[in-house]
Design a protein around this ligand. Structure first.
Ligand SMILES: Cc1cc2nc3c(=O)[nH]c(=O)nc-3n(C[C@H](O)[C@H](O)[C@H](O)COP(=O)(O)OP(=O)(O)OC[C@H]3O[C@@H](n4cnc5c(N)ncnc54)[C@H](O)[C@@H]3O)c2cc1C
Length: 260
């Protein structure tokens, strides 16, 4: 079974979010970049499928600048067989559709049975790229998947839906997005880290993928502005015995918060 996993680099959850002075971008100054957590589930699932079926190749793909290389190396250390780093100045101003077109072009050149994504790239949270790629590839897609069972011709997925779960079956090749609960991602061991150094990590440009400016510069979504949530006011600690603090609380709710 040949599998492709699409990996996006995102801000670490520890990162302090700052907005650029013009309000139109989120500053990445001094930020630590990590693999999007939902993509970790997608990668882990690909490794488990390969281990269970005992054959095939896992290709990890990421679009982004040089900082993506260590993330792709860590995907190789965890169990991917090959990595494709899609890097080109033309990718610097694409929107989600441009990312999807580039991913679909890379996947078409590396036909596979299943493409695994995270359910969304943490941070931007759009959750649109997997559906776009599925459409471009003409493949069926199941999102928010928490269990995968696969055979030579089809994949059966348990999807998380409101208040329950749903089971769907798709003919291969198919696209799947990973939801939390799909698995528990492993940590790379020393043997994997050493092996990763010898695994192929190929750089591909837009031209290598047969993409030209019109495919990538047709930007349909422009980030207008960003705003941080209002800072939280400090907590107030009420002092006194229970009857007294209850009286104070009622006064605050009535006179200051005006909610009763
Ligand atoms: C270098 C670069 C510059 C960009 N500049 C702009 C810009 O100026 N304006 C703009 O609107 N958008 C820009 N984008 C696109 C933007 O950063 C996001 O990719 C897009 O908005 C969708 O993000 P998302 O995380 O919400 O995607 P989602 O649809 O939530 O992502 C879902 C899944 O798709 C896969 N995926 C997403 N992104 C990638 C990736 N890069 N590589 C591999 N797999 C991926 C992952 O599996 C991820 O879990 C740029 C992207 C890149 C790579």
């Amino acid at each position: 079974m040949n599998l492709v996993v699409c990996l996006k680099q995102v801000f670490s959850t520890e990162a302090k979010i700052r907005i650029s002075p013009d309000g139109r971008a989120v500053s990445d100054e001094g930020v630590e970049w990590v693999m999007s957590p939902y993509d970790e589930y997608a990668l882990e699932e690909a490794i488990r499928i390969k281990e269970a079926t005992g054959a095939g190749t896992i290709i990890a793909i990421s679009i982004g600048p040089d900082r993506c290389t260590p993330m792709l190396r860590s995907a190789l250390a965890l169990g991917a067989d090959r990595a494709l780093h899609l890097k080109d100045p033309m990718f610097d101003s694409v929107d989600a559709l441009g990312v999807a077109r580039a991913l679909a072009a890379a996947i078409r050149r590396n036909p596979c049975d299943m493409v695994l994504f995270g359910r969304m790239g943490v941070g931007m949270d759009q959750g649109v790229i997997p559906a776009m790629v599925a459409e471009l590839l003409g493949a069926p897609m199941a999102g928010l998947v928490v269990k995968i069972t696969v055979d030579a011709e089809k994949v059966r997925c348990v999807r998380e839906i409101d208040g329950g779960s749903e089971v769907v079956e798709m003919a291969l090749p198919a696209v799947v997005t990973a939801q939390k609960g799909l698995n528990e991602p492993r940590i790379a061991n020393l043997k994997g880290i050493m092996a990763a150094k010898k695994k192929p990590l190929d750089l591909l440009t837009a031209a290598d993928l047969g993409l030209a400016a019109p495919d990538l510069q047709d930007v349909r979504l422009v980030h207008e502005s960003y705003e941080l949530p209002a800072p939280r006011t400090a907590a107030r600690l009420l002092q006194g015995d229970p009857a007294d603090t209850a009286r104070q609380l009622v006064q605050i709710l009535r006179n200051e918060a005006k909610v009763i």
